[in-house]
Design a protein around this ligand. Sequence first.
Ligand code: C5P
Length: 286
Amino acid sequence: MVRSIIIEAPAKVNLTLDVKGKRADGYHELETLMHQINLVDRVYIEEAKSLIVQSNSTLIPEDEGNLAYRAAWAIMDKYGNQEGVRIFIEKNIPVGAGLAGGSTDAAAVLIGINRLFDLGVNPVDLMNLGAVLGSDVPFCMQGRTAMATGRGEILTPLPAGPSLNMVLVKPAFQLSTAQVYADLNCEQLTRRPDNRAFVQAWLHGDYQGIAVNMINVLESVSVVRHPEIGEIKEGLKKMGALQSIMSGSGPSVIGVFEDGQKAQEAVQKMKERYQEVYLVSSYMGE
Ligand code: C5P
C-alpha cells in the first residue's frame, strides 16, 4: 500500500513588524509578531519513484522554483532513503501576498515527510533545516503566535490571545519580499511598533492596546509604491476596523474588528472591488 499523509499549512500575518537594521549578511534584523490564521493550504504527500510537485494553482511553479520542492529535496537528501515523493498542494492562500504561503507549504512538507517515513528528525534539526530554506519557515513549523527576531527565525512563543475577527484583502498585484527590503531606508523610519506594549495588550486580551500597537515599518516602502494599500487600510478603518495593517512585505492588508457583524459587512463591501477578500480568525486546527 502506498503510504500518504495530509498536512494543513496555515497562512501567517504580522500584527507588528519592526526592522532594527541591516545586517552584514544582507538580511534585516527583525522584531515581528507572527500569528497563524485559518486560511490554509492542504499539502498531500505520498511515496513515489521520483520527486513530483503539483498544485491546483497555476500561480506557483512545480519545480525547484517552488520552496516546497526544495524542502522535499533537502530533507530526503539529508535524512531519507526513499526514492521520491509526490506532493500535491491545494492552494487557498493568495500567492506573493505577504502571508508566508510558500513558507508554510515548505514547513508542511518537512513535517509531513518526517512523519510519513518515520525519519525521527528531532524538532530542532527540522527547524534548522527550515531556516535554511527561508526566514519564515521555522515559524510556520512551530505555528500559533510568536515574537520573531533575528531574520525571523528566532522564536518566542506567546499564549493564545483574544480571538480576533480579521478581514483580509489582497489587492490584484504581488510584491517581491527581496525588493521591499532592498528599498527600505531604516534611518528614515519614524513610526515603529512598541512590541513590549503589544505583548502586554495581547496577554491581557486588550483589544485597544493591540490595535494601537499594530504597526508595520515595511509600509513605508509598499504604501508609497502602491497607494492602493493605503486606500484599503483607510477603507477597512472606515468600515469599523479598530486597526488595519499591511502583512509582512505586502501587499495583503488585514483589518482587526471587535464586532463580528461589522467584519462581515466589511467583507461584503470589499468584495465589490476586490476578488480576494476573506473573513479570517486565529488558526485553531491540528
Ligand atoms: O528568507 P527569505 O528567503 O524568505 O527572504 C527573502 C528575501 O527577503 C531575502 O533574500 C532578503 O532579501 C529579504 N529579507 C531580509 N531580511 C529578513 C528576511 C528577508 O532582508 N529578515
